[in-house]
Design a protein around this ligand. Structure first.
Ligand SMILES: [Zn+2]
Length: 46
């Protein structure tokens, strides 16, 4: 499970906005991109 502290650190690589946890993925509400989480490491690739 991903740490809340990581959510404070990560930003969308596409638009640099905050990401939110959506099920087991990170979601950018701004551009609607989803990013996978590998273990507790967010995979922030375009
Ligand atoms: Zn974004």
């Amino acid at each position: 499970m991903i740490d809340k502290e990581i959510l404070d650190i990560v930003a969308c690589p596409n638009c640099k906005k905050d990401l939110v946890l959506n099920m087991d993925k990170l979601l950018c509400k701004h551009c609607k991109k989803e990013y996978n989480i590998d273990g507790d490491i967010p995979i922030l690739l375009d």
